[in-house]
Design a protein around this ligand. Structure first.
Ligand SMILES: NC(=O)C1=CN([C@@H]2O[C@H](COP(=O)(O)OP(=O)(O)OC[C@H]3O[C@@H](n4cnc5c(N)ncnc54)[C@H](OP(=O)(O)O)[C@@H]3O)[C@@H](O)[C@H]2O)C=CC1
Ligand SMILES: Cc1cn([C@H]2C[C@H](O)[C@@H](COP(=O)(O)OP(=O)(O)O[C@H]3O[C@@H](C)C(=O)[C@@H](O)[C@H]3O)O2)c(=O)[nH]c1=O
Length: 290
């Protein structure tokens, strides 16, 4: 039986991946949260690889607090860039497949058509810079797949959608920027894509390695996304939602005005359909609890 290691397993994507692998028998899954495995601890990583010899590593561990990253640049770089390089080196040494996740925030937002994988990246904020360095670092694993994704959401607490939902049902006044466009992406759709890919890998031990964009459609603004949540969760409170221009008050990081990702390469290569976030948000709204 092949062994699959999930790092950052208590995060949004990590939790959904754990659920995704719960019912299968193809892999022995070792899911480590940050207390079990700190990916910045090189000796802990080496001990784990030596003991477990994972066939696949899915790195969900990341520093994702975009504003705080501006105040903690060293920590953000250490977790996202330096630790990714350590993981990649170990994956090369142990011949493991490394699956990683990057972000639409590697782009500066100057485009007016969806970004493809070959478009040059030029991040505006520290988080985006650290993830771009991570993208470069993971290549050294040899066997690697990087999903560059955007605006992940789920029914779990702590993401934009669940935060807006909570305030919508309470009827609190909410202001949301309408001048940043991107693609909301259901975290469960990404978890499912990763699951399918690892099943293919288990069957073939070979994949079209590389970087793939993965985001939901249709593209919209953060305000449009919030509006859709209001319409489903609390239409009686829609008057509480206001469109504003960025920056959102209190933001420390600059965000790209346009970060729509063209996911067609992934869809063609892996014969996967596009993901409509509107369908997903309906079921999420039903699952969300205050
Ligand atoms: N969320 C989004 O909208 C997007 C996310 N991505 C990328 O997708 C990936 C998954 O994101 P998501 O699940 O939403 O992020 P989360 O913030 O929900 O999860 C990240 C996890 O990483 C853990 N972590 C942080 N530092 C370390 C460390 N040193 N060692 C081990 N674990 C650590 C955190 O644990 P703890 O809380 O204990 O520190 C947390 O559980 C990330 O690479 C992110 O950059 C890309 C685009 C959009
Ligand atoms: C919560 C909130 C945010 N905003 C704005 C701030 C910002 O410009 C935008 C999104 O804010 P958030 O803080 O939720 O998300 P942000 O941290 O910008 O989101 C990013 O997370 C990282 C990890 C990624 O990789 C990105 O793809 C993206 O999902 O919406 C509002 O206008 N009103 C609000 O009530």
């Amino acid at each position: 039986m092949k062994t699959l290691l999930i790092t950052g397993a208590a995060g949004q994507l990590g939790q959904l991946l754990r659920r995704q692998y719960a019912a299968q028998r193809q892999f022995k899954v070792l899911a480590c949260d940050s207390a079990m495995l700190d990916i910045t601890d090189d000796s802990a990583l080496q001990r784990l690889f030596s003991a477990v010899r994972p066939d696949i590593v899915i790195n969900c561990a990341a520093y994702t607090a975009v504003d705080s990253a501006e105040q903690q640049p060293e920590r953000c770089m250490l977790v996202n860039a330096v630790a990714s390089a350590s993981l990649a080196a170990l994956c090369r040494q142990y011949d493991s497949l490394l699956i990683s996740f990057s972000t639409d925030y590697v782009f500066d937002g100057q485009h007016n058509a969806p970004y493809t994988e070959s478009d040059p990246a030029s991040p505006l904020n520290l988080y985006g810079k650290s993830k771009l360095l991570a993208e470069d670092a993971v290549v050294q694993a040899g066997r690697y797949i990087t999903f560059r994704t955007s605006w992940l959401f789920s029914a779990l607490p702590g993401n934009f959608a669940s935060s807006i939902w909570r305030r919508a049902v309470r009827g609190e006044p909410v202001s949301v920027v309408s001048d940043q466009l991107g693609g909301p992406t259901p975290a469960s759709a990404l978890a499912e894509a990763v699951y399918r890919l690892t099943m293919d890998y288990a069957a073939q031990t070979c994949l079209p390695y590389g970087l793939y964009h993965f985001c939901g459609y249709p593209y919209c603004s953060w305000y449009d996304f919030a509006k859709a949540i209001y319409q489903l969760a609390a239409p009686q409170h829609q008057h509480c939602l206001t469109a504003i221009n960025s920056p959102f008050p209190g933001s420390l990081a600059v965000r790209p005005a346009y970060s729509c990702l063209d996911s067609s390469l992934f869809q063609r290569t892996f014969t996967q359909p596009a993901t409509d976030w509107r369908t997903e948000i309906e079921s999420y709204v039903k699952k969300m609890r205050v």
